[in-house]
Design a protein. Structure first.
Length: 406
């Protein structure tokens, strides 16, 4: 079977913000249209960018805010990021470019996610940031203009902090140089950020961004590699064959490396620059793997590991406890609910193979919990997913597409 999953959430939200901060008009093709990206669309509209969306073709035309005299917006903006971590952490530094007082808020789920390191970095760079509730959490009020310069930032909590600062940096008068005070997690996401920025004309080298702004451009958004992991994992679990189009060795997204893990487990993997094919061989072996750079696929691997021979140990992902839910505790709890021997570790989990009992899984309003645990239903009757609509965050048609595998 051949599938083409929706556009990348990560690339869509980066391209939308770069286009909004650019001089001129940009045309983005293949954009993801889901809750997280609609939150970003509303945010760039609130900033004052022009947005013309063609739902049928998933094309977005963005009229950028910048001119030869700087940004045309002056603040006084209110942004509701809903549940979107990327939108909130990318837009907060953009609001700090504006001279007026702006407010950033989000859902109750987003309000408990950490923002402290990003807030402190913006203050150091010249912005005024006011905590409107608990320090280090949304909502916050921010006033600029931020000047840029040098700043220290921890890397172990989320690469989104650094990506947000980077995307704003070309419009900071002093640019940006970052010193990491702890190792950076999810390094491929920062590499993706830099690649998208360069497409819009930014000058990025290592942890340094020079001032100079963005130029509007035409930009094609590749399919979402995290979403593709569910279909590749399904092939490995069922002994089927799935080809994902539009993703391959030329992809910007680190999550294409999930196929490497499936290959280690015993699946057959074929790769070209723009497609990946996984064929299940009927034999899966447990593995030990560091998923620090592909953490959004860790729950997918948990579902695959249930069907392996021998335990699977995932490490390096302690930071995903701060995602939409504590993803380590949640996936272990739900697998145990189904009778699977799953162990929660400080920085990951260990899954022992077994046959899941018929179970109604809780999803914790986390789209990745719903999509990954649904894979268990491909081989086990009686699997149910509570609140399946939470997949609308990134993949509204997921269950329709998954049904095509059967």
């Amino acid at each position: 079977m051949t599938v083409r999953v929706p556009g990348s959430k990560s690339v869509t939200n980066r391209a939308l913000l770069c286009a909004a901060l650019a001089q001129g008009t940009s045309t983005l093709s293949g954009a993801l249209l889901a809750d997280d990206t609609r939150a970003m669309l509303d945010a760039v509209r609130a900033l004052g960018a022009g947005v013309d969306l063609d739902e049928a073709t998933r094309t977005v035309v963005v009229s950028g805010l910048a001119s030869t005299d700087g940004l045309t917006a002056s603040g006084g903006v209110h942004v509701d990021a809903r549940q979107s971590g990327t939108t909130s952490r990318f837009v907060l530094p953009a609001l700090a470019l504006l001279a007026g007082r702006s407010v950033l808020d989000g859902s109750e789920q987003l309000r408990v996610r950490p923002f402290g390191p990003l807030v402190e970095a913006l203050r150091h760079l010249g912005a005024q940031v006011e905590d409107l509730a608990r320090p280090g959490n949304l909502p916050v009020a921010v006033s600029g203009p931020v000047r840029g310069g040098r700043v220290a930032l921890p890397g172990h909590l989320s690469s989104q902090f650094l990506s947000g600062l980077f995307m704003t940096a070309p419009l900071m008068p002093e640019g940006l140089s970052v010193e990491l005070t702890s190792p950076l997690v999810s390094v491929p996401y920062l590499e993706m950020t830099a690649a998208v920025m360069r497409a819009f004309g930014a000058d990025v080298e290592g942890l340094h961004v020079r001032p100079g702004g963005y130029r509007g451009c035409d930009y094609a958004i590749e399919p979402d590699a995290s979403a593709a992991s569910y279909f590749l994992g399904a092939a490995a679990i069922t002994g089927g064959r799935v080809t994902v189009e539009g993703l391959g060795t030329a992809s910007l997204q680190g999550d294409v490396r999930f196929a490497d893990v499936l290959e280690r487990m015993g699946a057959r993997v074929e790769r070209t620059p723009d497609r990946i094919t996984v064929t299940g061989t009927g034999v899966l072996r447990g593995v030990e793997v560091d998923m620090v750079d592909i953490s959004d696929t860790a729950q997918t691997l948990a579902a695959v590991a249930v069907h392996a021979e021998g335990p699977t140990r995932v490490r390096g992902i302690g930071f995903i406890r701060g995602k939409e839910t504590d993803r380590i505790a949640a996936v272990v709890t739900e697998l145990r609910r189904a009778g699977i021997d799953a162990i929660e570790d400080d920085d990951g989990f260990t899954i022992h193979p077994g046959t899941p009992a018929p179970t109604r899984f809780e999803t914790y309003d986390d789209h990745r919990m719903a999509m990954s645990l649904a894979l268990l239903g491909l081989r086990t009757p009686g699997i149910e997913i509570d609140n399946p609509r939470c997949v609308a965050k990134t993949y509204p048609n997921y269950f329709h597409d998954l049904a095509q595998l059967s």
